[in-house]
Design a protein around this ligand. Structure first.
Ligand code: CO
Length: 226
């Protein structure tokens, strides 16, 4: 029966899960017991939904150690209740002290936004990236090569999204009650698996705009040198 064969098509995933769970218990018999009792991650990761950027794995963290939100092109949109709810839970309940917005080079969402070829509903989501490109038009114009231009747009987008985290009422409220919170902007390179810090670190509401300006100035200086 066709339904049965569709179900069986995923058998290797269930088998993979069994192997993983058994291996985990073999290595650390109390692992799941500890995990059930407490969720206490120290970091919130806001990253791209891209299957090549598995958040936990690339920073060497295990289940329970990283709170994660992913969407296409790692956007932090001021009216996105999904992202805002994750952020609020992370800061207000889990008391996470570091929010990492991590983009990646070779991001399909960024490339699609830059090409502006119509793809349907997602175009409305990608408009947020086009807004970033429009604001930084002069800088991007210095990169005539489309691949290099897309790389710069990936960097600029991460910085703007980290700044957006800082501008939420959630981050601002955390800072105003004296809660320790730092917001970081990172970018991951698919070709070597390495994360690079874009040197945006905001640990107070007033720092965010100047961190954004100086990080963008560093990108500008790099594009001038060619
Ligand atoms: Co991506």
């Amino acid at each position: 029966m066709p339904e049965e064969s569709k179900r069986r098509a995923l058998e290797h995933l269930i088998a993979g899960n069994r192997r993983w769970a058994e291996g985990t218990v073999r290595e650390d018999p109390a692992f799941f017991q500890r995990l059930v009792e407490q969720q206490a991650p120290k970091y919130l990761w806001i990253g791209c939904a891209d299957s090549r950027v598995p958040a936990n794995e690339i920073v060497g963290l295990r289940p329970g150690e990283l709170f994660v939100h992913r969407n296409v092109a790692n956007l932090v949109v001021h009216t996105d209740l999904n992202c805002l709810s994750v952020l609020q839970y992370a800061l207000d309940v889990l008391r996470v002290e570091h929010v990492i917005v991590c983009g990646h080079y070779g991001c399909g969402g960024i490339a699609a936004a830059d090409r502006a070829a119509p793809l349907g509903l997602i175009d409305n989501w990608l408009r947020h990236i086009q807004d970033v490109a429009e604001r930084r038009r002069a800088l991007l114009a210095r990169e005539p090569d489309p691949a290099r231009r897309a790389d710069r747009l990936c960097e600029l987008n991460v910085l703007e999204q980290a700044h957006n985290v800082c501008r939420t009422t959630i981050a601002q409220d955390a800072w105003s009650r004296g809660q320790p919170l730092s917001v970081h902007a990172w970018i991951y390179r698919l070709t070597d698996g390495l994360v690079q810090d874009l040197d945006f670190t905001a640990s107070a509401a007033a720092q965010s705009a100047s961190e954004l300006t100086s990080a963008i100035e560093r990108i500008e200086a790099r594009t001038r040198r060619g």
